[in-house]
Design a protein around this ligand. Sequence first.
Ligand SMILES: C[S@@+](CC[C@H](N)C(=O)[O-])C[C@H]1O[C@@H](n2cnc3c(N)ncnc32)[C@H](O)[C@@H]1O
Length: 349
Amino acid sequence: MPGDELEISKTAIWVAAARAIGAREPDPAARNPDRLVEQLLGDPSQLSLHHPVVDALGKSYEGAMQDIEVAGLVRAMTERTRFIDEALERAVSDGITQCLILGAGFDSHAYRFQQLLAHVRTYEVDRPQTSAFKRRRVDAALGGPPANLTYVVADLEREDLPHALVRHGYDLAQPTFVIMEGVSMYVREAPLRTTLRFLGAHAPGSSIVFDFATRAMIDGLKALDIEKIPPPARPPIERFLNMIRLEPWVFGIPLGSEMEFLRGLGLELRRILTIGSEESVRRYLTRADGTIVGAEAHARAEAMRGSMQQRLTATLEPAQREQAEAAMREQARQNTYQIAEAHVQEAAA
Ligand SMILES: C[S@@+](CC[C@H](N)C(=O)[O-])C[C@H]1O[C@@H](n2cnc3c(N)ncnc32)[C@H](O)[C@@H]1O
């Protein structure tokens, strides 16, 4: 079962490194606000992930952002962090008294927002190895956790999350803000539904932010035949597949059915944003001078995708080519990755 052979989550290192690079952006209008994650990660040579985004920690910001793979991930993480930070700040001003961070990895909200969360009881949940490593890094880099933070070791796939939390003083009756960042894709549908249903049973005024892949993306990953990918495009895909070998992507929501999915679990969709969409880029990646973070690498990535598609359809008859191109456009539309904020449904009067 996934989880047994796991050591420290490689995907947690992967996304944290991208946040660390995004935090080096000079313009605060387009910077990743996670100013602590680089300290939390510590010495990159000691991390158990070999990946361009980890290597990029040893480069200049400009140098790191030349790499298509690095720039793409940095951009996505900046959008994600800023969406979540905004939601957290709103939730605190709306009066939450409890914060729950599921699959915390190197999440830094409890430390970055120490003052804002001073009166908010905060819980970080993760699997044993990742949680233990995080605690060691928090001690070494920050001199220990804030007094209001509790670490809870639990596996969303197999443990009874409510009991694990309650043992540590968690109170379902408190208005709570839940962060489930970069986690839903790793949890099978049944336990994920159980987790979300538990969140939906929290006190009124509670809300959750979480990101998710589409079902089409998960199905596409399952069906992926690397031999059919033109060789120049293979290395990043192979790296990704290798990284998720022990942390497989298993869950996605069918595009367009997010509201219905959440409603069935006691949650009402409040905001939804497609990562990489025009709106998200304008809001989170655009500098004061109008230029966009990682724009040059992004343009190269798009050009590469275009020429790859051309190669795949070049030998087809015009009618077949048109059909294949339409199918690829539809696949691209379905292959989105989104972030959402939902709140606990009010009890019927
Ligand atoms: C991609 S990382 C995201 C980490 C962090 N939330 C962030 O965005 O930086 C996925 C995290 O989810 C955790 N995770 C995955 N499956 C889990 C499960 N079944 N139970 C608890 N944690 C899990 C991993 O250990 C890892 O820390």
